[in-house]
Design a protein around this ligand. Structure first.
Ligand SMILES: Nc1ncnc2c1ncn2[C@@H]1O[C@H](COP(=O)(O)OP(=O)(O)OP(=O)(O)O)[C@@H](O)[C@H]1O
Ligand SMILES: [Mg+2]
Length: 260
């Protein structure tokens, strides 16, 4: 059965999608024979688009699997919806139509378990499933947390980013108490780190004091190359293989694999 990791933070722009895509690409590239599925449960469609998936031309997508009722229908929709990238990562993409249907999806019975049910038929076909969440604690994020066995929380180096940590902990309490789903925090990741800035050093120190060993040793630097890679539809490992971003995401990948 696959390891299932949600990349979650209620705050926007902290590097969830950058981390989901580069982690998926890194595991595929550096771990022999590992099969990785990247699930995009964010209507922005960022992680699929970042690996070159034409998200505006999808014939079927994750939302269609949510709405299907029989296992047979789910299986055939999964086959039609999952697209492969040149990096060797399989992607189950979404786009804005996931948001368009949020209200009807929210009314379905068992609405918190739709993602767990959607990916159940293919779990054995993958070693790792990485789920990119939207920046909120709505029905899609709850689905991602319920479908996962672990969570990685990227936190950007800002005062507001630090405040957002309280919100993340509250969300974990909600899922644990109301949905009986124990959340294993695989780690907290400092993203967009710039050691020249006092705010970066201060936020990193606060995260380290608050989370102790849960904070990954790896920090993801703020680099132009990381921000450029999605516009080429590639991961940082193709866009700038020798740069600081690729080094950091490779180091993160190793830490993640050790903790799993
Ligand atoms: N380490 C980094 N250095 C520079 N730019 C980055 C870095 N990580 C992410 N970015 C850029 O910052 C923006 C937000 O990143 P990303 O989309 O990964 O965040 P997110 O948390 O997924 O956002 P959202 O909450 O909207 O889903 C993007 O333009 C991305 O390319
Ligand atoms: Mg995102």
């Amino acid at each position: 059965m696959a390891h299932k990791l949600a990349i979650f933070n209620m705050k926007g722009g902290v590097g969830k999608s950058a981390t989901a895509t580069n982690l998926a690409a890194g595991i595929t590239k550096f771990t022999k024979k590992a099969k990785v599925l990247l699930v995009d449960i964010d209507p922005q469609g960022t992680s699929g688009a970042s690996l070159g998936i034409p998200i505006w031309e999808l014939e079927t997508q994750l939302k269609d699997i949510f709405k299907s009722q029989s296992i047979e229908e789910k299986e055939s929709l999964l086959e039609a919806s999952i697209l492969s990238t040149p990096q060797g990562v399989d992607v189950l993409p979404s786009n804005i139509f996931l948001a368009v249907e949020e209200i009807s999806i929210s009314g379905l019975p068992g609405r918190e378990n739709l993602l767990a049910k959607a990916i159940a038929p293919i779990e054995d076909s993958y070693d790792y499933i990485i789920i990119d969440c939207p920046p909120n604690i709505g029905v899609f994020s709850i689905n991602a947390l319920k479908a996962s066995d672990s969570v990685l929380v990227p936190v950007d180096m800002s005062y507001v980013g630090l405040l957002g940590v309280r919100g993340v902990e509250y969300a974990f309490d909600l899922v644990t108490n109301f949905l009986d789903h124990e959340i294993n925090i695989l780690g907290v990741l400092a993203t967009r780190y710039d050691g020249r800035k006092i705010i970066s050093r201060d936020v990193l120190k606060s995260l380290s004091e608050h989370f102790g060993d849960l904070l990954f040793n790896t920090t993801i630097p703020e680099t132009v190359k990381i921000s450029e890679a999605p516009s080429y539809g590639t991961s940082i490992f193709e866009h700038d293989p020798k740069g600081a971003g690729a080094k950091a995401y490779r180091a993160l990948m190793k830490e993640v694999m050790k903790r799993w």
